[in-house]
Design a protein around this ligand. Structure first.
Ligand SMILES: Nc1ncnc2c1ncn2[C@@H]1O[C@H](COP(=O)(O)OP(=O)(O)OP(=O)(O)O)[C@@H](O)[C@H]1O
Ligand SMILES: [Mg+2]
Length: 394
């Protein structure tokens, strides 16, 4: 790259925003494409283009002058990525990897083909075929494409539940008896070097089917942590292409590890790496994009990440309880700069670094009790004290 390299990022949400925050330190030019002109990256990217990242022509035009094309969401045009790769540009994840991962059916088949342990499953054309696979019940039904954040996933405990199931091609997957949900991030460079982060433990919020909080290191025996890292590494090696892989795992009550799914990009389960590791997931991704040596993924101490999810309806953002949270040593706030809050929408997170799980417990409890994102009450002279802050870029 003779000129100053340009990274073109498809998607301008919070993952892109945290990527930009780090890339700026290296003075790297990052162009962002997103349909929403108020998205979290809109006012921070070197150049922002409003447009549909799933439209091949829009993506081709947008990335014409870029050296590297990256994603922060899977719902992008693979066709365009293939063309950009054919033009000699660096595309991460590789279009073939994205093609496999975008379709939960192909992804599950990939694990089977590579002898990577995963819950038993069947691929079905529509819900009428559930009855033919009754031996898999109780199960989870997953739309093959288009799902995110738990949308497009539903439990099917009995055949009677099949009536409410959604339409279209799905994966029907045997329910795992889960003890803990873990995630392991792996980064792979173009030269095949790898760095693996310590497993994190994910705790879900059943209301929204979103990660409520996570903690690292996961509270599992060292042998389990080691096996989780090896398994995630096997997944990344099976994909055999540079980039970041966030591998979600189930630790079953029998002590078995199963791969749930993989995201070929930065992931919610890696946000703590900004404060808790020398090199964050965003830093590693940048290094992979640029062909630089990978960074140090060692976890320094204990860390937690608590998602701040909108509650109480839709409206302009009002955050409360920040003072209480920042009183706890080692806490940091990330607000994603979304101008509108909605119930269940990821609006930000609190990161915590501490020296023990007991300290994490305290910080998690304080955040969950005090920190709230609700729609601002409009039309009143309500004062926003020090505990309230306006969204970053509204
Ligand atoms: N086979 C299974 N057995 C038990 N629980 C499951 C199974 N599959 C999914 N789940 C539960 O449903 C959650 C969401 O499933 P999955 O990760 O496939 O969906 P998703 O829409 O990609 O979610 P996200 O985008 O939040 O990662 C899992 O984290 C887990 O709690
Ligand atoms: Mg998932």
């Amino acid at each position: 790259m003779a000129h100053k390299p340009i990274i073109a990022l498809l998607g301008g949400g919070q993952l892109g925003r945290m990527f930009l925050e780090n890339a700026m330190r290296y003075d790297i030019t990052v162009h962002v494409l997103d349909p929403d002109p108020q998205c979290p990256c809109a006012h921070l990217a070197t150049r922002f283009v409003q447009g549909d990242f799933d439209d091949p022509d829009t993506v081709l035009r947008f990335a014409q002058h870029a050296d590297v094309i990256g994603i922060e969401i899977e719902h992008v045009s693979v066709e365009a990525l293939e063309k950009l790769k054919a033009q000699g540009k660096t595309v991460i994840p590789d279009p073939s990897v994205l093609q496999t991962i975008k379709d939960k059916g192909l992804q599950k088949q990939f694990y089977l083909d590579h002898e990577i342990p995963t819950a038993d499953f069947a691929l079905i054309h529509d819900k009428s075929q559930i009855a033919g696979h009754a031996q898999l019940l109780p199960a989870f039904l997953k739309a093959r494409t288009g799902g995110y954040d738990g949308k497009g996933v539903m439990p099917i405990n009995t055949l009677a539940d099949a009536a409410q199931a959604f339409e279209g091609p799905c994966v029907l997957e045997r329910k795992a008896e889960i003890d803990l949900e873990l995630a392991v991030l792996v980064v792979r460079s173009a030269k095949g070097a790898v760095a693996v982060y310590d497993p994190v433990e994910m705790v879900f919020d059943p209301r929204f089917n979103l990660v409520d909080h996570l903690r690292a290191p996961a509270r599992v025996a060292p042998a389990i942590a080691g096996s989780a890292k090896s398994l995630a590494l096997r997944v990344a090696e099976a994909f055999a292409m540079p980039g970041l892989y966030a591998v979600e795992l189930f630790l079953t009550k029998d002590g078995e590890l199963l791969v749930n799914e993989t995201a070929p990009r930065a992931h919610n389960s890696g946000h703590h790496t900004i404060e808790a590791c020398a090199s964050s997931q965003f830093d590693q991704l940048l290094r992979a994009y640029m062909g630089w040596p990978l960074g140090d993924a060692t976890l320094r101490g204990h860390a937690a990440m608590i998602n701040l999810v909108g509650e109480g309806g839709t409206g302009p953002v009002e955050l409360s309880g920040l003072d209480d949270v920042l009183h706890v040593p080692g806490t940091f706030l990330h607000l994603y700069g979304k101008t509108e809050t909605r119930t269940g929408r990821k609006m930000g997170h609190v990161a915590v670094v501490a020296s023990s799980h007991a300290d994490l417990d305290q910080a998690i409890a304080v955040t969950k009790v005090h920190c709230r994102i609700r729609p601002a009450s409009t039309g009143t002279s309500k004062t926003n004290g020090p505990a309230s802050v306006a969204p970053h870029n509204s």
